[in-house]
Write a protein that binds this ligand. Structure first.
Ligand code: DAH
Length: 338
């Protein structure tokens, strides 16, 4: 029995040398210490020993068990450490790999156009100011020489709010707000949103305008023309022609609409310009004396000019999209093209 125990110890220690996984170690443990294991078998046979032999073999059996248990524990510890190291290696992060690129946004096409318009007028000395989008009848209409019985009000399909205010139908009311607060000379542009009940291929209920206002002593209509022609050439190219047609606006007198030579056919006539060679881009005029009176300016003292243009319309001359409403559908596949 003594030899048998020594053999088991020997065998166990040798087998442990060969074990390379925790799973194999576990089955080896069962082979030796399990209910039907080698060591367990020997222990079971101890009952047949004599009184003298029993304590000696008993002690030896315990020693063998201790040696093997220790060896198993050591092997287990080593294997666990090896496994952990392998796992760490497998999960290691290569910090030298390039990172994920952040997704940069960019300006909406309408904002790109608005920025360009603004910077051209900035260069000519016009300062950008803003005003409220919720307005009163007074600022949106009355002070702009458009009393409630005035037929021009019908042209504006106004969104009225339940409290009696309205969504401004144009950026012109900011002219009044600025003149109320400042004294001439005034040289401003007003980029901003305007609202009208309107929805088709060339109209959205919310749209953008840039208003312009210049007030000083002895301002003439030819200066208005100079400013606008310079703007058109910078915006659409040096070859651009501009013409002024007489028109009516309540807040300017005389008034004009300005056309530029068609950007598609250079004035020859095509579908884009309705075969006229011209495309209307803005309204303008000399500030009406009634408007000056509304802000307590003396029309005998000062004169001025004003203009207003639709930004989506100008953006569309650059980008030529068939339906202006697609600007506001927020489809990134569309917007990413600009
Ligand atoms: N407010 C006008 C509109 O929305 C545009 C306009 C025309 C503005 C003539 C002006 C102007 O300042 O002088 O249709």
């Amino acid at each position: 029995m003594k030899e048998e125990l020594q053999k088991i110890q020997q065998e166990g220690l040798e087998a442990l040398q060969q074990v390379s996984t925790l799973k194999d170690l576990e089955s080896l443990r069962i082979d030796f210490f399990g209910r039907k294991g080698k060591l367990t078998d020997v222990m079971k046979g101890m009952g047949n020993l004599s009184q003298d032999e029993r304590p000696i073999i008993g002690k030896l059996a315990n020693d063998v068990r201790t040696v093997l248990t220790d060896a198993f524990d050591t092997t287990k510890h080593t294997l666990e450490q090896k496994q952990q190291e392998q796992q760490l290696m497998a999960e290691a992060i290569d910090v030298t790999l390039p990172g994920r690129k952040p997704a940069y946004g960019k300006a909406h096409p309408v904002m790109q156009t608005l920025d360009r318009i603004e910077s051209i007028f900035n260069q000519m000395g016009f300062q950008a100011v803003t005003g409220p989008e919720i307005e009163t009848d007074h600022y949106n209409f009355d002070a702009l020489n458009t009393p409630s019985d005035h037929p021009a009000r019908d042209l504006h399909d106004t969104f009225y709010l339940t409290d009696g205010n309205l969504l401004r139908t144009h950026t012109s009311p900011v002219q009044i707000r600025v003149m109320e607060k400042q004294t001439p000379p005034i040289r401003i542009i007003v980029p901003g949103k305007a609202y009208r009940v309107d929805y088709d291929v060339s109209h959205t209920p919310m749209f953008h305008q840039v208003e312009g206002l210049l007030v000083d002593k002895h301002v003439t209509f030819s200066e208005l023309k100079g400013v606008l022609v310079s703007f058109a050439k910078q915006m659409f190219g040096d070859q651009t022609q501009m013409r002024f047609r007489p028109h009516f606006f309540p807040f300017t007198e005389p008034s004009a609409e300005a056309d530029i030579s068609c950007t598609v056919c250079q004035g020859k006539g095509c579908r884009s310009c309705g075969h006229t060679g011209w495309i209307e881009i803005l309204g303008a005029g000399a500030v009406d004396p009634e408007v000056f009176r509304a802000v307590n300016y003396d029309p005998e003292e000062v004169t001025g000019f004003a203009f207003g243009m639709g930004v989506e319309r100008i953006a569309n001359l650059q980008f030529r999209i068939p339906d202006i409403r697609t600007f506001y559908e927020n489809d990134l596949r569309f917007l990413r093209q600009f």
